[in-house]
Design a protein around this ligand. Structure first.
Ligand code: ADP
Ligand code: MG
Length: 231
């Protein structure tokens, strides 16, 4: 599903550099990315999704070398292949919950918003327990509810790859378990590959594999490190 070779990335001329000699994530697996704040976890999700491009090396996602695509091709690739739950959810305050869930269909011409999509959005909302809040605006939702809206939006297109960035950050224990159940039930039902950044060591047992970013030599100039580790 994901293959990375000899990846290097930096933002402008900053000190931060992400270096990953090799990394592979197989289809249908669940992987957690852990590591200190600032170690490049969000950056790597953005590289895998084709939101940003590496300075050097290959990022192949689902057989496509994302880094070699044009902007338009990358956008298309992203909407057909990747569901993203961003660290800050990125809900639009001026849209209702339903319209936030439907957003991918509103902003991409490659997707057609029809009645079956609306039905799917409603059924996802039902499944995660927010179907009575579809007409609300995000500011009137709790943190856990906002997170569930973000998850519905990410899976609406039924993407083969789901990338979630700290999906349980800032959630109380009850909501944390609830969001995780939703994510993992979805992954199990759909066969989607899940890659999730997390700070939360208590949830790592749910994942098939754990990768620690301390192995990626994000800081300084250590030699070629092994990218991996399993649980
Ligand atoms: P993590 O998700 O592991 O906390 P990030 O991938 O967000 O880490 O960030 C890695 C490093 O890159 C940090 O030092 C951060 O300050 C820096 N960084 C993140 N985004 C940008 C950006 N858009 N421009 C410049 N530096 C950035
Ligand atoms: Mg981050």
């Amino acid at each position: 599903m994901i293959r990375i070779e000899d990846l290097r990335f930096r933002y402008g001329e900053g000190d931060f550099q992400l270096r990953i000699p090799e990394l592979a994530v197989e289809s249908g697996t669940t992987t957690a990315f852990i590591g200190p704040s600032g170690s490049g976890k969000t950056t790597l999700l953005n590289l895998i999704a084709g939101i940003i491009r590496p300075e050097k090396g290959r990022v192949e996602t689902r057989g496509v070398e994302v880094s070699g695509l044009s902007d338009e091709e990358r956008r298309r690739f992203r909407i057909t292949t990747v569901g993203l739950v961003f660290q800050e959810f990125e809900l639009l305050e001026y849209l209702t919950v339903l319209d936030n869930i439907l957003l991918p269909y509103r902003i991409h011409s490659a997707l057609t918003l029809d009645s079956s999509v609306r039905e799917r959005a409603r059924s996802l909302a039902e499944r995660v327990g927010i179907s009575d809040k579809l007409d609300r605006h995000p500011r009137r939702l709790s943190q856990g509810e906002r997170q569930r809206v973000a998850v519905c939006r990410a899976v609406l297109t039924d993407p083969p790859l789901l990338l979630t960035d700290e999906p349980t950050g800032n959630l109380d224990p009850v909501n944390r378990e609830r969001v995780l159940d939703i994510l993992f039930d979805y992954v199990e039902d759909s066969g989607t590959t899940l890659v999730s950044v997390t700070h939360d060591h208590e949830i790592l047992t749910r994942f098939g594999r754990v990768m620690d970013f301390r192995d990626f030599h994000a800081f300084g100039e250590a030699g070629s490190g092994a990218a991996g580790g399993a649980s």
